[in-house]
Design a binder for this molecule. Structure first.
Ligand SMILES: [Zn+2]
Length: 212
Protein backbone atom coordinates (compact mmCIF):
# COMPACT_ATOMS: atom_id res chain seq x y z
CA UNK A 1 0.00 0.00 0.00
CA UNK A 2 1.61 3.32 -1.02
CA UNK A 3 2.31 5.80 1.76
CA UNK A 4 -0.71 7.91 2.84
CA UNK A 5 -0.31 11.70 2.84
CA UNK A 6 -0.59 11.89 6.65
CA UNK A 7 2.65 9.94 7.04
CA UNK A 8 4.31 12.07 4.35
CA UNK A 9 3.24 15.26 6.21
CA UNK A 10 4.44 13.92 9.55
CA UNK A 11 7.89 13.28 8.11
CA UNK A 12 8.06 16.85 6.71
CA UNK A 13 6.94 18.32 10.06
CA UNK A 14 9.56 16.30 11.92
CA UNK A 15 12.29 17.91 9.80
CA UNK A 16 11.30 21.52 10.66
CA UNK A 17 12.77 23.79 13.34
CA UNK A 18 10.89 25.57 16.15
CA UNK A 19 9.63 28.16 13.62
CA UNK A 20 8.25 25.47 11.35
CA UNK A 21 10.97 26.00 8.75
CA UNK A 22 13.08 23.48 6.88
CA UNK A 23 16.84 24.12 6.68
CA UNK A 24 18.52 25.26 3.46
CA UNK A 25 21.39 22.96 2.48
CA UNK A 26 24.15 25.25 1.11
CA UNK A 27 25.42 22.33 -0.99
CA UNK A 28 21.96 21.71 -2.40
CA UNK A 29 20.06 23.64 -5.04
CA UNK A 30 20.86 27.04 -3.50
CA UNK A 31 24.51 26.37 -4.31
CA UNK A 32 23.89 25.75 -8.00
CA UNK A 33 24.95 28.42 -10.48
CA UNK A 34 21.46 28.41 -11.98
CA UNK A 35 19.85 29.28 -8.60
CA UNK A 36 18.55 32.84 -9.25
CA UNK A 37 19.03 34.29 -5.74
CA UNK A 38 22.00 35.10 -3.52
CA UNK A 39 21.92 32.93 -0.42
CA UNK A 40 22.82 35.59 2.18
CA UNK A 41 19.74 36.15 4.36
CA UNK A 42 17.63 33.71 2.37
CA UNK A 43 15.26 31.38 4.22
CA UNK A 44 12.35 29.17 3.28
CA UNK A 45 8.78 30.05 4.13
CA UNK A 46 7.30 27.81 6.86
CA UNK A 47 7.03 24.23 5.62
CA UNK A 48 3.76 23.12 4.00
CA UNK A 49 1.24 21.58 6.36
CA UNK A 50 -1.67 19.26 5.70
CA UNK A 51 -5.09 20.88 5.26
CA UNK A 52 -8.48 19.20 5.36
CA UNK A 53 -10.74 18.82 2.37
CA UNK A 54 -10.30 18.27 -1.35
CA UNK A 55 -7.84 20.01 -3.68
CA UNK A 56 -8.76 23.71 -4.14
CA UNK A 57 -10.80 24.36 -7.29
CA UNK A 58 -8.89 25.43 -10.40
CA UNK A 59 -9.94 27.97 -13.01
CA UNK A 60 -12.47 26.32 -15.32
CA UNK A 61 -13.25 23.44 -12.98
CA UNK A 62 -16.87 23.95 -13.99
CA UNK A 63 -16.94 23.66 -17.82
CA UNK A 64 -19.49 26.51 -17.99
CA UNK A 65 -16.93 28.88 -16.41
CA UNK A 66 -13.94 27.72 -18.48
CA UNK A 67 -12.41 29.91 -21.16
CA UNK A 68 -13.36 27.24 -23.72
CA UNK A 69 -17.03 28.08 -23.04
CA UNK A 70 -16.49 31.72 -24.04
CA UNK A 71 -16.62 32.85 -27.68
CA UNK A 72 -13.25 32.34 -29.35
CA UNK A 73 -11.41 35.57 -30.18
CA UNK A 74 -7.96 36.29 -31.52
CA UNK A 75 -6.80 37.41 -28.06
CA UNK A 76 -8.17 36.38 -24.67
CA UNK A 77 -8.36 38.67 -21.61
CA UNK A 78 -5.04 37.33 -20.29
CA UNK A 79 -3.29 38.42 -23.50
CA UNK A 80 -2.82 34.96 -25.01
CA UNK A 81 -3.25 34.74 -28.77
CA UNK A 82 -4.27 31.65 -30.71
CA UNK A 83 -1.59 30.87 -33.32
CA UNK A 84 -2.42 27.35 -34.54
CA UNK A 85 -5.15 24.74 -34.30
CA UNK A 86 -6.47 21.47 -35.64
CA UNK A 87 -9.62 19.49 -34.91
CA UNK A 88 -8.64 18.54 -31.35
CA UNK A 89 -5.81 20.89 -30.36
CA UNK A 90 -5.09 24.60 -30.05
CA UNK A 91 -1.75 26.37 -29.61
CA UNK A 92 -1.61 29.78 -27.96
CA UNK A 93 1.25 32.22 -27.49
CA UNK A 94 1.59 33.78 -24.03
CA UNK A 95 1.99 37.55 -23.61
CA UNK A 96 5.60 38.72 -24.04
CA UNK A 97 7.83 37.62 -21.15
CA UNK A 98 11.54 37.07 -20.61
CA UNK A 99 11.69 33.95 -22.78
CA UNK A 100 11.88 34.43 -26.57
CA UNK A 101 8.46 32.77 -26.75
CA UNK A 102 6.16 30.86 -24.38
CA UNK A 103 3.50 28.64 -25.91
CA UNK A 104 0.59 26.72 -24.42
CA UNK A 105 -0.82 23.63 -26.15
CA UNK A 106 -4.32 22.67 -25.07
CA UNK A 107 -7.31 20.62 -26.10
CA UNK A 108 -10.21 22.13 -28.06
CA UNK A 109 -12.69 20.20 -25.92
CA UNK A 110 -12.99 20.70 -22.17
CA UNK A 111 -10.85 17.80 -20.94
CA UNK A 112 -8.39 17.23 -18.13
CA UNK A 113 -5.28 15.22 -18.87
CA UNK A 114 -6.59 11.88 -17.54
CA UNK A 115 -9.63 12.28 -19.84
CA UNK A 116 -7.67 12.13 -23.11
CA UNK A 117 -8.45 9.20 -25.42
CA UNK A 118 -5.59 7.00 -26.62
CA UNK A 119 -5.96 8.53 -30.10
CA UNK A 120 -5.61 12.05 -28.69
CA UNK A 121 -2.66 10.95 -26.58
CA UNK A 122 -0.95 9.61 -29.71
CA UNK A 123 -1.53 12.85 -31.62
CA UNK A 124 -0.34 14.75 -28.54
CA UNK A 125 2.95 12.86 -28.68
CA UNK A 126 3.58 13.91 -32.27
CA UNK A 127 2.63 17.54 -31.56
CA UNK A 128 4.83 17.59 -28.48
CA UNK A 129 7.92 16.41 -30.36
CA UNK A 130 7.21 18.68 -33.33
CA UNK A 131 6.82 21.69 -31.05
CA UNK A 132 10.04 21.02 -29.17
CA UNK A 133 11.90 20.65 -32.48
CA UNK A 134 10.36 23.86 -33.83
CA UNK A 135 11.14 25.94 -30.73
CA UNK A 136 14.69 24.60 -30.59
CA UNK A 137 15.18 25.62 -34.24
CA UNK A 138 14.75 29.29 -33.27
CA UNK A 139 18.10 31.09 -33.54
CA UNK A 140 17.85 32.64 -30.05
CA UNK A 141 16.92 29.38 -28.30
CA UNK A 142 19.15 26.83 -26.58
CA UNK A 143 16.42 24.49 -25.34
CA UNK A 144 12.66 24.11 -25.20
CA UNK A 145 11.40 23.31 -21.71
CA UNK A 146 8.01 21.58 -21.86
CA UNK A 147 5.79 20.52 -19.02
CA UNK A 148 2.33 20.32 -17.51
CA UNK A 149 1.57 21.63 -14.02
CA UNK A 150 -2.22 21.62 -13.97
CA UNK A 151 -2.73 23.36 -10.62
CA UNK A 152 -4.00 26.65 -12.11
CA UNK A 153 -6.41 25.68 -14.88
CA UNK A 154 -8.54 22.56 -15.10
CA UNK A 155 -8.56 22.59 -18.93
CA UNK A 156 -5.71 20.37 -20.18
CA UNK A 157 -2.73 22.45 -21.26
CA UNK A 158 1.04 22.05 -21.56
CA UNK A 159 3.76 24.70 -21.54
CA UNK A 160 6.61 25.15 -24.00
CA UNK A 161 9.16 27.70 -22.77
CA UNK A 162 12.02 28.76 -25.03
CA UNK A 163 15.23 28.95 -23.00
CA UNK A 164 17.64 31.51 -24.48
CA UNK A 165 20.84 30.19 -26.05
CA UNK A 166 24.35 30.73 -24.68
CA UNK A 167 23.20 31.85 -21.21
CA UNK A 168 24.23 28.98 -18.91
CA UNK A 169 22.63 30.62 -15.86
CA UNK A 170 19.22 30.10 -17.44
CA UNK A 171 19.60 26.33 -17.74
CA UNK A 172 17.18 24.03 -15.94
CA UNK A 173 13.93 24.52 -14.07
CA UNK A 174 14.77 28.02 -12.81
CA UNK A 175 14.16 29.28 -16.35
CA UNK A 176 10.50 29.34 -15.30
CA UNK A 177 11.43 31.95 -12.67
CA UNK A 178 13.87 33.82 -14.90
CA UNK A 179 11.02 34.13 -17.41
CA UNK A 180 9.40 36.51 -14.90
CA UNK A 181 12.61 38.37 -14.00
CA UNK A 182 14.08 39.01 -17.47
CA UNK A 183 12.79 42.01 -19.45
CA UNK A 184 9.87 41.05 -21.70
CA UNK A 185 10.74 40.59 -25.37
CA UNK A 186 9.08 43.12 -27.70
CA UNK A 187 5.68 42.04 -29.00
CA UNK A 188 7.03 41.88 -32.58
CA UNK A 189 9.77 39.47 -31.45
CA UNK A 190 7.25 37.24 -29.68
CA UNK A 191 5.06 37.25 -32.80
CA UNK A 192 7.93 36.49 -35.17
CA UNK A 193 9.17 33.63 -32.99
CA UNK A 194 5.65 32.20 -32.65
CA UNK A 195 5.11 32.41 -36.43
CA UNK A 196 8.40 30.56 -37.02
CA UNK A 197 7.33 27.77 -34.65
CA UNK A 198 3.90 27.50 -36.26
CA UNK A 199 5.41 27.27 -39.74
CA UNK A 200 7.62 24.35 -38.63
CA UNK A 201 4.77 22.71 -36.70
CA UNK A 202 2.37 22.90 -39.61
CA UNK A 203 4.95 21.46 -42.02
CA UNK A 204 5.49 18.42 -39.81
CA UNK A 205 2.15 17.86 -38.13
CA UNK A 206 -0.48 19.60 -40.25
CA UNK A 207 -3.14 21.78 -38.67
CA UNK A 208 -3.77 25.41 -39.52
CA UNK A 209 -1.91 28.59 -38.68
CA UNK A 210 -4.18 31.22 -37.12
CA UNK A 211 -3.29 34.77 -38.05
CA UNK A 212 -4.55 37.58 -35.86
ZN1 LIG B 1 -12.35 24.20 -20.80
Amino acid sequence: MPEPIEEYAARVAAATDAGGRLPLDPDGVVGWDVFPFEVEGLRLKPAPTLVDGPEPPREGENPADCRCARPAGPEDPAGFVTVWQDEDWVLRAAPPSGAPVVLSLGTQAHLDVPDLSDAMAARFGLLHVALVAAVEALPSVGRCHHFRLGDGGAHAHWWFIARPARMPRLRGSFMVDWDDFLPPVPLAVRDENAAFVVEHLTARAGGTAVRS
